[in-house]
Design a protein around this ligand. Structure first.
Ligand code: UDP
Ligand code: MG
Length: 161
């Protein structure tokens, strides 16, 4: 028949999450990590680095025509970021919900931006907006051997049913 295949969600889905320079300077790295850990997602890669403008221009390639692009690149290159890969069921979409809206003034309390930020240009965190973006961004920020796909029996039996 013509019924579409149901979308298969994977417990191995991955997303790219970064604490931006303002989040690092403000000491919010631990709080942001804690939210993903406490939810039950698995941290499979993490590093701190100061990104070059060239690297950031590729990361944000879809936004290069936007008027805020130069300021965005300056902001993101202005200090260290903490780059992470988180893994788990529906983590791309759930990660975006946990971050909140791009504009923190439109972010619900309980979200990271809604709790810790006020303006769009200082919104402290990044999260991939689709599975395809996540795959592209993870490959852009991490080498394959920097990603640790360890077994976690605790998560397997106590986070998932
Ligand atoms: N940004 C900005 N001004 C805007 C829109 C976006 O400074 O009007 C910055 C902001 O830091 C945002 C980033 O550009 O997080 C990327 O924009 P995008 O629309 O992809 O939002 P996000 O996916 O981060 O929520
Ligand atoms: Mg985006």
């Amino acid at each position: 028949d013509s019924c579409p295949e149901p979308v298969k969600m994977s417990v191995n889905e991955r997303t790219f999450i970064a604490v931006k320079p303002d989040g690092v300077h403000r000491g919010l790295v631990g709080k942001i990590i804690a939210r993903f850990e406490e939810r039950g997602y698995k941290l499979v890669a993490l590093k701190q680095l100061t990104a070059s403008k060239g690297h950031l221009e590729v990361h944000y390639q879809d936004l290069k025509e936007k008027p805020f692009f130069p300021g965005l690149i300056d902001y993101m290159a202005s200090g260290p970021i903490v780059a992470m890969v988180w893994q788990g069921l529906d983590v791309v979409k759930q990660g975006r919900v946990m971050l909140g809206a791009t504009n923190p003034l439109a972010s619900a309390p309980g979200t990271i931006r809604g709790d810790f930020a006020i303006q769009t240009g200082r919104n402290i965190c990044h999260g991939s907006d689709s599975v395809d973006s996540a795959n592209r961004e993870i490959a852009h920020w991490f080498k394959p051997d920097e990603i640790n796909d360890y077994a976690s029996p605790f998560i397997n039996s106590w986070v998932y049913e």
